[in-house]
Design a protein around this ligand. Sequence first.
Ligand code: C2E
Ligand code: MG
Ligand code: MG
Ligand code: MG
Length: 288
Amino acid sequence: RAKDSGRNTYEFFTAEMQQMAMARLGLERDLRFAIERQEFILHFQPQMSLATNQVVGLEVLVRWESGTRGLVSPAEFIGLAEENGQILALGDWVLKRACQQYVEWFNEGIAPGYIAVNVSGRQFRSAKFTSRLREILTETKMPARGLEIELTESFLMEDQEAVMRTLNELREMGVTLSVDDFGTGYSSLSYLKRFPISTLKIDKSFVQDVPGDDEDVAIVSAIIRMAHALKLDVVAEGVETAEQQQFLHKQGCQIVQGFLFSRPLNADECGKFLRKRLEESSSSSQIA
Ligand code: C2E
Ligand code: MG
Ligand code: MG
Ligand code: MG
C-alpha cells in the first residue's frame, strides 16, 4: 500500500513536471518566432524629479505583443530568454529600438535627460556587448550621455574582474550605470566604492510599505543617506501613493518612478506625456 501511494505520488509529479516542460517548450518556441517576427514593443516609464516636477529620464520596459498570448509581461519571459540565450537577440533589439526612440524625441526637442535600459547579466557578459553598444550608438546617433544601463545587484557580484572591465569601458564611452532592485541582492556593499556606478534604484518592495512599516522606513532612509554620502543619485521605484512620495521627499530622495506619476507608456503615449509636461511647465513659468 505504501508502495502504491509512493507510485501515485511519483506519477502525479511526473505528469505535472511533463506539463511544465511542455509549457516551457511552447513558450520557448513562441519566443523564438516572436524575435523573428519582431512582436516586441517598448514601454517607457517616466522618472520624475521631485524638485522640479519634470521628467528627468525614462525607463525602458519591454513587452511581448503575442498574437496568441496577448500582451505578455517581461516577468513571464525574461528568465527563460536568459536561460536559453534568446536574451542576446532580444536585448540587442531593445537597446537599438530604445536609442532610436530617444533620438526621435531628442530631435523633436522633448527628450528628457536619459533613457534607462535594463540589461541582463548574460547580455552584459557577452564578449561583444561593448562593441555592439558602440555600433548601436553610432548607427542611431544616440548621445552616450543619454543612455543609462540598469544592472541588478546580484549580477554585479559575479565575476567581478570582468564586470569591472566592462563597466569601465562603458564609463569611458559616457554611458551611466545604475544598480536596479538595490537592497534585494544580499551582497557586500564594498562594490559601491569600487565600481563606476552613478545611481541606486531602491527596490519597490521597500518603497511599498513606507511610511507605515518601521523596518522599511529604516531601510529606505538608510539607502538614501548612504547614496548621498557616496555621491550617488538615488531613484525610488514603485511609488504609488502621495504618502510614499512625501516620505521620500522628506528623506531627500530626488527622483521617483511609479504609478503615482505614470504607468509605463507606449511610445505614442509617452511622446504625449513629454509634450504635455513641457507645455505645462512653460506656461507655469510664464505665470511666475
Ligand atoms: P525592473 O527593472 O525593476 O522594472 C520595474 C518594474 O516595476 C516594471 O515591471 C514596472 O512596470 C513596474 N512598476 C513601475 N511602477 C510601479 C508601481 O508603482 N507599482 C508596481 N507594483 N510596479 C511598478 P515590468 O515592466 O513588468 O518589468 C519587470 C522586470 O522585467 C523589470 O524589473 C526588469 O527586471 C525586467 N525587464 C523589463 N524590460 C526588460 C528588458 O528590456 N531587458 C531585460 N533584461 N529585463 C527587462
Ligand atoms: Mg529596471
Ligand atoms: Mg527595479
Ligand atoms: Mg526587477
